[in-house]
Design a protein around this ligand. Structure first.
Ligand SMILES: N=CN[C@@H](CCC(=O)O)C(=O)O
Ligand SMILES: [Mn+2]
Ligand SMILES: [Mn+2]
Length: 324
């Protein structure tokens, strides 16, 4: 099911006496209704947010449910951001896709359709998850929109590979194996770079699957600012091999102190700063096609800390991406 965002959803602080200079995101964002046939004029630098209200994949993966509320919490955390986008930039909220009756496969198909609509209309697309099952639906849209012959690279900031078998059922633990098999069946390469892997959070079976699919990865302890030059080199080598990038940010990659609001918190997860500077590199490459933030579970959050972190990363992504 798809629903456009209702007027009045975006709220935040109002600096009534400051006029245009006091503008914030809730006052600048435009609503985009993807059920309408006519699409609003697209400026060259349009960015669109699309929610995926779903944690059916988390449920199936024996996780702690609540990520269905992720898109609403991210919007709330973004509402009061100061508006510093240039006049030529339009920021849209394109509404939400919902999973109904535990029909994850149908919801992922619908997400794919909406992502394809946005990408085909040259919107820079940001999906607000949802459990990590968001990634497979997101990919379906990328796949449809990707011009023939273009090589896709996938960068996943995550404590987990999410390469579990989907033979019995798909879930939040399976999206990248689903993507891998689909790309390979289409005669394409599976270019997968996973950043922030926890050895303790992935069984030998998952490491073996990563190995057999040629996945690249960096362990969480190496994701440090002092290691930046090596990380940048690895990122550049990966980026050079592909034409476009899909970036997924699983909030459980961060240390639980920064991101308590996730199904599977990582006590020894990574610091946000290294993700922020690697995102800057990724955007500067000019190859970023689409991005998502997933696994935010507002029910488990403390003082909206995880929502604020996800939202703040998006603030910087939007700010920089709108200028590329
Ligand atoms: N989305 C993926 N989640 C992890 C969950 C791990 C856990 O609950 O400990 C996974 O399947 O590997
Ligand atoms: Mn994940
Ligand atoms: Mn994870």
């Amino acid at each position: 099911m798809y629903k456009p965002t209702a007027t009045g959803t975006w709220r935040g602080r109002v600096d009534a006496h400051d006029g245009e200079e006091g503008k914030r995101w809730h006052q600048g964002i435009k609503l985009l209704n993807l059920t309408e046939e006519t699409e609003p004029a697209i400026t060259s630098q349009s960015i669109a947010l699309l929610g995926f209200c779903c944690d059916e994949g988390v449920r199936r993966n024996q996780g702690r449910e609540g990520a269905v509320e992720g898109p609403a919490a991210l919007r709330q955390a973004m509402g009061s951001f100061a508006w510093h986008l240039e006049d030529a930039v339009d920021l849209f909220d394109a509404g939400d896709v919902y999973c109904t009756n535990q029909n994850l496969e149908e919801a992922q198909k619908q997400l794919g359709k909406k992502v394809n609509t946005l990408l085909s209309n040259t919107y820079k697309t940001i999906v607000l998850g949802g459990g990590h099952e968001t990634a497979y639906g997101h990919f379906l849209g990328i796949k449809q929109a990707l011009p023939e012959g273009q090589q896709l690279g996938i960068i996943n900031f995550d404590a987990h590979f999410d390469l579990r078998s989907y033979e019995k059922q798909s879930s939040s633990g399976t999206p990248f194996l689903q993507i891998a098999d689909e790309l390979i069946a289409d005669g394409k390469d599976f270019n997968y770079l996973c950043l922030g892997i926890q050895q303790s959070g992935n069984t030998q079976k998952l490491f073996n699957t990563a190995e057999s699919y040629g996945a690249n990865y960096v362990f969480a302890p190496a994701m440090q600012v002092y290691n930046y030059e090596q990380l940048r080199e690895k990122l550049q080598q990966f980026t050079e091999l592909v034409d476009v990038l899909y970036v997924s940010i699983d909030m459980d990659v961060f240390a639980a102190a920064y991101a308590p609001g996730v199904s599977a918190p990582a006590a020894l997860g990574i610091h946000p700063e290294i993700v922020l500077i690697l995102l800057q590199e990724i955007i500067a490459s000019g190859k970023l096609l689409s991005l998502d933030v997933v696994e935010l579970n507002p029910q488990l959050d403390i003082d909206n800390r995880t929502a604020k972190l996800g939202a703040s990363l998006l603030y910087h992504v939007v700010q920089q991406w709108s200028q590329v």
